[in-house]
Design a protein around this ligand. Structure first.
Ligand SMILES: Nc1ncnc2c1ncn2[C@@H]1O[C@H](COP(=O)(O)OP(=O)(O)OP(=O)(O)O)[C@@H](O)[C@H]1O
Ligand SMILES: [Mg+2]
Length: 351
């Protein structure tokens, strides 16, 4: 496993979350007896850390394992292997993979998730008071008048009027619903939030508002984010660092500025090439992603990206590359990460 921990960090700057070798395989079952005939390698030995107050973007095409990674961190699903170390204010430093039920309940006050679809994730039969108040009630954090006050405060924080608390979700637009989801996630004053494509289902005009709100709330509430998206342009402004995932593995991780300006993995180069830029002048070079994403149940040999990679050589077909630190803090899983001169973007895309 590569050493992803920052060197000689004092205890206070110890990351809030450290993920080591995180692996989740889903069994594929067939036939009457539901025999296991294979495994979907949804997340395969993933390593990263997130510092307190930081936003780590997690980007990759559909099915690459982003949501599965987030759900493992919440222990909404059981990881197959690995460690998820979290600095919980009450429990201290814990491995989330090893917690019992009661400890999971406690840690979930501090680790929350925001979902992609603001229509499906809100119960239409519950008022905003019940929706936003549900985690507070379940965790025994507030009740009665205190709970109502807290819900009113949360609604205000996310830009909704407290009087709305007796209404039902159907009365609200997509953007407003995502605000309700945010209020629900943040009501217990968590430390860490997995934002799972929180703006993907929204109109472009509303996306920027929600992203700005997420940034404001991060500052006000001292939040740390794992921000999942399938598109690099969405994470460009909100992330301090970005991890690029391909078929269950992180293939590149760097500070946002460095990843955008000097990508080291051909997959990142292709994702960057797909970003619409404000500058209408034609780009020097356009790298188009061809072929299909590899199947996580039956991935290719060697480097999983080799069938789609225009730089691939023989070794890429036979040997899996290491996750190599090519410059301080810049990791890449490519045999030629140190040699290739790839095209990034000079100016960040506008929000
Ligand atoms: N409960 C499950 N049972 C079996 N396979 C699953 C399950 N959940 C996810 N998978 C598979 O694991 C892989 C990763 O899925 P995941 O939802 O984590 O991807 P994702 O990166 O979040 O994709 P998207 O961008 O579409 O949300 C996919 O191949 C998916 O089909
Ligand atoms: Mg997903």
């Amino acid at each position: 496993m590569p050493d992803l921990m920052p060197q000689s960090s004092p205890a206070s700057s110890e990351p809030l979350l450290v993920v080591e070798g995180l692996t989740k395989y889903f069994p594929i079952r067939r036939g009457f007896f539901k025999r296991v005939v294979g495994q979907v390698k949804a997340v395969d030995h993933v390593d990263f850390y997130v510092q307190e107050g930081e936003t780590l973007g997690l980007v990759g095409e559909s099915g690459c394992g982003k949501t599965t990674t987030g759900r493992c961190i919440l222990r909404a699903i059981e990881p197959t292997d690995g460690r998820i170390l979290f600095r919980d204010p009450k429990l201290g430093r814990v491995d989330i993979c090893k917690l019992d039920k009661e400890q999971i309940r406690l840690v979930r006050r501090n680790i929350r998730m925001i979902f992609q679809d603001p229509y499906a994730s809100l119960n239409p039969r519950m008022t905003l008071l019940d929706i936003v108040g549900a985690p507070l009630r379940a965790m025994g954090l507030a009740h009665g008048k205190e709970l109502e006050d807290r819900v009113a405060q949360m609604l205000q924080l996310v830009g909704l009027r407290p009087e709305y608390m007796r209404r039902y979700p159907h009365a609200f637009s997509g953007g407003q619903r995502q605000r309700i989801g945010l209020a629900r996630a943040l009501a217990p004053y968590p430390k860490f939030v997995v934002c799972d494509e929180p703006v993907s289902a929204l109109d472009v005009s509303v996306q920027a508002q929600i992203l700005n709100l997420l940034e404001d709330l991060q500052e006000q509430m001292g939040l740390t984010y794992l921000f999942v998206a399938h598109d690099l342009s969405v994470v460009a402004h909100i992330s301090d660092r970005v991890a690029v995932m391909y078929v269950g593995k992180i293939v590149e991780l760097a500070s946002t500025a460095e990843l955008f300006s000097s990508p080291k993995h051909p997959y990142t180069e292709a994702l960057l090439s797909a970003i619409p830029l404000p500058d209408p002048r034609p780009r020097e070079k356009r790298v188009l992603l061809t072929g299909e994403v590899a199947n996580p149940a039956n991935p290719p040999s060697g480097c999983y990206f080799h069938p789609r990679c225009s730089y691939a050589e023989e070794i890429c077909k036979t040997h899996e590359p290491e996750f190599d630190e090519v410059t301080p803090g810049h990791y890449v899983k490519c045999h030629f990460g140190r040699e290739l001169s790839l095209t990034g973007v000079v100016r960040m895309p506008d929000r």
